[in-house]
Structure formats: structure tokens, C-alpha cells
Design a binder for this molecule. Sequence first.
Ligand SMILES: Cc1cc2nc3c(=O)[nH]c(=O)nc-3n(C[C@H](O)[C@H](O)[C@H](O)COP(=O)(O)OP(=O)(O)OC[C@H]3O[C@@H](n4cnc5c(N)ncnc54)[C@H](O)[C@@H]3O)c2cc1C
Ligand code: SF4
Length: 334
Amino acid sequence: MSVDAVVLAIGRSGELRAGGTDVTARQRIGRVGLPLVDLSEVPGLRGIQWRPDGSARVAAMTTVAEIAADRRLRAAYPALTATAAALATPQLRAAGTIGGNLLQRNRCWYFRNPRFSCFQTGGTGCPARDGLHLYSAVVDLGPCVVPHPSSLAMALLAYEGTRVEVHGRGAIPVAELYGDGADPTRDHLLARGEVLLAIELPAPTPGEGAAYHRAIGRAEAEWPLVEAVARLVLDHPVGLAGAGASEMIIRSAAVAVGGVARTPLRLTEVEDALVGRPASESNLLAAAEPATLRCTPLPQTTYKVALLRDTVVEVLERAVAHACDIREHARRSD
Ligand SMILES: Cc1cc2nc3c(=O)[nH]c(=O)nc-3n(C[C@H](O)[C@H](O)[C@H](O)COP(=O)(O)OP(=O)(O)OC[C@H]3O[C@@H](n4cnc5c(N)ncnc54)[C@H](O)[C@@H]3O)c2cc1C
Ligand code: SF4
């Protein structure tokens, strides 16, 4: 079946099935578009291609497990592969695809319960806002308050210039898949019948250290309360080649968080506070603090304000350690 045939088969009401881990769960509660059209036999939607500039193109049906395990991808995009390796469970990573991960529906318990109606199911209100919203947003972007579910979307946002190829539309910035979060009726902005073909990553940054960290209620098989990725490039101060980790200067930084808002967020204020400064513990702590200024908590999500700051600090510390390891490894192999 070609992609054009898939588009015809979905029509105006159907939905695609990639790994099926999200659609199958929604099928049980009658919250899936029909007909359900399988993407698994469509040629050309799997695998990782490399371009002459060293950048990767990851086809939409590539599984999360394949991304986590790919050594070249791990060297080029460590924040992406660390996130892929940590999300959900081994079984879900083996079945779930990157396309399905980016376009999965939210986890709000009202949305997942057919007895309730809300903006996301054609209704006119948000029962979570005035009801139970312990796992909801702490950065309130609009009428719907469920956090964005995709960990990989957050990781890709940290790679400036990442684009997604949409059949019939060409490549668009990954952030355009989600917009500003103000539309309460949907989790992503692809129209019914639009097929995501691939993710185009930018050329890798040499010497990048990166980390992923999540605050979670149990060890696995759960979405995180707050999650974060950080990508850092460190350099030693002028004339101090043997500097320790805390003296190293942060030359570039990219930080993104998930679990806190209707869209994954890039924390440019944290990045600005990091660049040009030594990677000391106190500087990392001070740089994370401005992230809390974005917070507009709901009554039950005030706990996420401190959790956001602490998750960002932890991911920065881990990224500094990784960047130092990378430098040490490069020095030894010279
Ligand atoms: C217990 C548990 C814990 C989890 N924890 C996490 C977590 O921490 N982080 C996280 O990110 N996820 C988590 N997940 C979700 C899981 O990762 C997703 O269900 C999975 O990645 C979806 O991929 P899939 O291929 O199975 O998608 P499917 O279920 O096949 O599809 C999902 C949606 O995407 C659409 N779609 C799929 N491919 C395309 C395409 N190429 N073009 C257009 N539309 C498409 C489908 O129509 C459907 O609407 C968890 C799930 C469970 C059950
Ligand atoms: S509008 Fe959003 S947060 Fe509110 S009940 Fe529906 S899915 Fe949940």
C-alpha cells in the first residue's frame, strides 16, 4: 500500500495505526477514528538514513527501541537516544514507533474515560481543571490542562532545526506539530489523513554532552511527572587545560522539559543563564531557577514548581558529567 492509498483509505474520519500501543488502548474505549489504517506494510517508512553532512533522517515507523540502540545515532544525538532508552517499558519501546510517539494522544483520565466529555472529545469544558488534575500542567497555556505526552517530542525540540516531513506538505519545524498549546481540542496539529513520513535532524554538534532525566512516581511503566533533556558543550577556561568539571565554561546549551505544559517547552531563559559561565553547582542551580517563573500552577500541581527546578538541575549536572567524559575520551584517543 502506498502513502497515497493510505490517505485515501483514512478519509475524513479514520486514524492510522503504527505500533498500535496507543490506538489499541483507545480502541477499547471507543475513542479512535475509524477506519483504522495500518502503516506497517507501507514501504519506505522504516530505518535511519545518514546525509553527507552527518545528519540523520529517521523514518516514522522506526521503533523507539531501534532509536535507543543505534550506536551512530547515540554518538550524534545523545539526548534523543537517552530519552528513547528511558521511556515506557521494553515491550512498548519495541512496538512503539517514533511517528506514533510524537502523535500519541494525551493521558488525561477524563479523556480516557468514555463517561466524560471535554474539549478533546467534542464537548465544551474541561472537567480536569476544576476536578482531579494532580498530574496536569504547571505552565497553563490554555483551556486544556493535560501535559503533552511525548518524551521524544521534548528531546527533538532540544535539537534546533529539527524538522518533520509530512506527506504532501514537505518538512516543517517540529514545534509546528504542537503550536502554542492554546487549542484545547487536539494534542497535535496534523489534520486527519496527514501522514508523518520522517524526522530530519540537524547536523550533530561535535563534543556535545547530554542527559535525560525524569521525575516519576514509580520506576517504570509510567509517564513522568516532569522530564528534561540537556545538551551542553563545555570548554576549559583560557590557559587552564586541566580544569575540573566545575571550572569548565559552558559554550552552548539546549534545555527542554516535558510533563509541565500542553506542549514540550524549550527553556531559553535557562540556556541564556548557562552560556559563558562555569559549570559549577551554584551556577547550574541559579540557571534553573528562572524556569519556575513560567509556572502558573493549578491547585493540585503546585508541587511541580519545585520538581521542575530540581529536574532541570539534575539533568544539567548529568549533562556536565557526560560532556566531561566525552572530552576525556577524546583526549585519550588523541
Ligand atoms: C505504561 C505506559 C508508559 C508510557 N510511558 C511513556 C513515556 O514515558 N513517554 C512517552 O513518550 N510515551 C510513553 N508511553 C506511550 C508510548 O510510548 C506510545 O504509546 C507509543 O510511542 C506510540 O507509538 P505507536 O507507534 O504504538 O503509536 P500508535 O498507537 O500506532 O499511534 C499513535 C497515534 O499516532 C498516529 N500516528 C502514528 N504514526 C503516524 C504517522 N506516521 N503519521 C500520522 N499519524 C501517525 C496514530 O494515528 C495515532 O493517533 C507509555 C505508554 C504506556 C502504556
Ligand atoms: S480538556 Fe484536556 S485536561 Fe480537560 S478533561 Fe479534556 S483532555 Fe483532560
